[in-house]
Design a protein around this ligand. Structure first.
Ligand code: OSB
Ligand code: MG
Length: 374
């Protein structure tokens, strides 16, 4: 596959409602899309970095910089046999996994289209439908949260995840658990606590949670191993895991019993595939996390979620929970049994709404192959 041109663009999309986590509130998303042309087909990828460095170190602007100054100029005009060769070409660029992932995943889309197979099949996926959960932002009070949970359950979602932070935790979890004694329920702190809070976090053990996601520092696997020894609830690592090496460290240190895989955080499909297999061999369940993606990132998440290691419901939910008008067609829908049926078309399996994307674009950069040759 010869990389004939790369287009990088920033689109602005407004979430239907603000999403609050322990690190901030977001409603106006600034999303980078990558479009790569190769031998008659076009592949799409999404950069899942946030607007601020509150989740991890990357932002929309750092990704723009790294792709523009280091990745796109190096890749345009280059021929590679398989998308899985891309990470080796990026070895000299430290970190910036989300920037790399936007490019790599577009190459996977191209490879699948060239082979005329759905991306999930090319990746080695086996599931025909994937199990869906939802991630609910922090609310003004427990009653509002309970009401929201009820709505999501009515839509069929199989697992509810509550965002928590100090001062907005026990009371909220208690209220939801009281109303729904048997649902699969989890919490996500996005690094809002420290080991000093261990006794406080142990209080959550009484609510029979499926997991507690990333309670401690975004880069501290060791501290999570100390916490896991003190609580019954399974810890799930999100922010800490950027690659398979990190996952193996966490598993060996018993820092978690579950791992959340996000394509952007682990630099793309190639590493995600290796990581889920490593977890499967060690009986560590994995699930697909979300980063408030547009339809393009969502379609990549759906493809990844068909791999055999993904045994827990992901944060992959319907387009309409996020957007009035998604940039793919058809929009992603969830069945009454809380699943997404995997698309059968080649590549992503959804049509990209180019006209809408043009309207949403606020900046654009283009690298034609000739630029490299000349
Ligand atoms: O920690 O999983 C997270 C959103 C932005 C940044 C981090 C996280 C999240 C979510 C939302 O939980 C998942 C989604 O619905 O896309
Ligand atoms: Mg998380």
């Amino acid at each position: 596959m010869k990389i004939e041109s790369i287009v990088l663009r920033e689109i602005h999309m407004q979430l239907r409602s603000p999403f609050e986590t322990s690190f901030g509130v977001v409603q106006n998303r600034r999303i980078l899309l990558v479009e790569i042309a190769s031998e008659g087909v076009t592949g799409w990828g999404e950069v899942t970095a946030g607007e601020t460095p509150g989740y991890n170190a990357e932002t929309t602007d750092t990704a723009w910089h790294v792709i523009s100054d280091f990745i796109a100029p190096r890749m345009v005009g280059v021929g590679i046999a398989k998308a899985s060769e891309f990470p080796a070409l990026m070895a000299a660029i430290r970190g910036h996994e989300m920037a790399k992932s936007g490019i790599e995943n577009a190459l996977w889309d191209i490879e699948a289209q060239q082979q005329k197979v759905p991306l999930w099949k090319l990746l080695g996926g086996t599931l025909k439908e994937i199990a869906c959960g939802v991630s609910l932002g922090i609310r003004e009070n427990p009653e509002a949260l309970v009401k929201r949970v009820e709505e999501e359950l009515r839509s069929g979602y199989q697992r509810i995840k509550l965002k928590i932070k100090p001062g907005k935790d026990l009371e909220y979890v208690a209220a939801v658990r009281k109303q729904f004694p048997n649902i699969r329920l989890s919490v996500d702190a996005n690094s809002a606590y420290t080991l000093v809070d261990a006794a406080h976090l142990r209080e959550l053990d009484q609510y029979n949670l499926l997991m507690m996601e990333q309670p401690l520092n975004w880069d501290d696997i060791h501290a999570h191993s100390k916490l896991q020894a003190q609580i019954q609830t399974a810890i799930c690592l999100d922010e800490c895991i950027h690659n398979t090496r990190h996952a193996l460290t966490a598993i060996e240190l018993r820092a978690c019993r579950i791992i959340n895989i996000k394509l952007g955080r682990v630099s793309g499909h190639t590493e995600a595939r290796i990581l889920q297999e490593a977890c499967r061999e060690r009986a560590i369940p994995v699930w697909c996390g979300g980063m408030l993606e547009s339809g393009i990132g969502r379609a990549h998440n759906i493809a990844m979620s068909t791999l055999p290691g993904f045994t827990l419901p992901g944060d992959v939910s319907a387009s309409k929970r996020y957007w009035h008008d998604d940039i793919i067609e058809p929009a992603v829908e969830v069945t009454p049994r809380g699943t997404i049926e995997v698309p059968q078309g080649a590549g992503l399996g959804y049509a990209v709404r180019r006209d809408l994307i043009e309207k949403l674009t606020v900046r654009r950069s283009h690298w034609p192959a000739a630029q490299r040759a000349g």
